[in-house]
Design a protein around this ligand. Sequence first.
Ligand SMILES: NC(=O)c1ccc[n+]([C@@H]2O[C@H](COP(=O)([O-])OP(=O)(O)OC[C@H]3O[C@@H](n4cnc5c(N)ncnc54)[C@H](O)[C@@H]3O)[C@@H](O)[C@H]2O)c1
Ligand SMILES: [Zn+2]
Length: 360
Amino acid sequence: MDPLRIDVPTPSRRYEIVIGDGILEQLAPLLDAAGAPKRRFVVSSPTVWKLHGDRFTEALTAEPILVPDGERYKQLSTVSRVYEALIRANADRASTLITFGGGVIGDLAGFAAASYLRGIALVHVPTTLLAQVDSAIGGKVGVNHTLGKNLIGAFHQPHAVVVDPAVLATLPRREFRAGLYEVVKYGMTSSPGLFERIARESSAIFARQPDVLTAIIAESCRIKGGVVAADERESGLRRILNFGHTAGHAIEAITKYRRFRHGEAVAFGMLVAADVAVARGALSGRDRQALADLITSLGPLPPIGDITTGQMLEVMYRDKKVIEGKLHFVLATTIGATAIVDDVTRKELKASLKRVGFKA
Ligand SMILES: NC(=O)c1ccc[n+]([C@@H]2O[C@H](COP(=O)([O-])OP(=O)(O)OC[C@H]3O[C@@H](n4cnc5c(N)ncnc54)[C@H](O)[C@@H]3O)[C@@H](O)[C@H]2O)c1
Ligand SMILES: [Zn+2]
């Protein structure tokens, strides 16, 4: 089957997301076609390289730079290790940095590419579902600071994003599910067809059948690509992608990024956003139930019963999404559509948080 190609025409660069089962084999010609300079470096993690490094090196000659990939390594000292390897190898402006890993590798190595020599070419080859549908697209790169997540970063669009669903075969089930909640998010914000497909084909999805995975990944990439092309720097439309993220980020922060995978926290966040919408009459109870049923069907989530509504409100109002004291909140209005509002009151939020299961 021919690979699927999704055009991402952002103002700063136009590039393609190329998706296909086994497409990793065609990496070299794909990079040539994308105009990625010939001196090529790949940043990966020992975990990913051990599982898929052979397939990578069969496809492309590149000098591997391996760095650890837990969230705690997404920091400047790891970026510095990448710089060091690039400097030692005399990487120049005519070099391409390829990221081969999950969102952590993509973000941190992408930031190295954005800043080394004031920016060299970047290609993402994402290996987690989350990275394939989300973090590899849109040009946001960066690292955490000890005082907060994703505080240091840049916009640096890649020359290409190459997505091979076959690499997901080795992804731990929990990581896979965590990525799937972001796919549910795209369904909820932008695509009733995608939403229904996840519900209808969940067993084929969990069996990681290439054709079904390719279809849901491609639809997600189309949505994210379309949104970032229209709003590269997140001034308006791109905010719809934050559906479920206001409460989701708060859950992650309160539990110190240990208990929840990001997508799992977003799953609860979507339930909160849907509840607020139902209480305002913006969303039907039936659509909210369809969302809750789909989330439940995808498997268990970590508990939230010990997190208080007070803690949640405090953290949510500290968020970047608070502009002039007003919390910008993405509500679902039906499956496949959203509205951004800035007049959700603390009282409303508290009531929704309680109904979703947070501690009064
Ligand atoms: N830049 C963006 O726009 C954006 C968007 C969303 C998330 N993010 C960032 O992405 C990060 C999370 O990314 P993630 O969920 O991919 O986590 P991750 O990169 O930590 O990967 C999760 C785990 O999966 C392992 N792994 C990766 N690929 C594998 C494979 N094919 N088989 C087996 N194991 C594999 C990794 O070694 C790691 O242990 C966060 O830091 C988040 O801030 C960025
Ligand atoms: Zn997310």
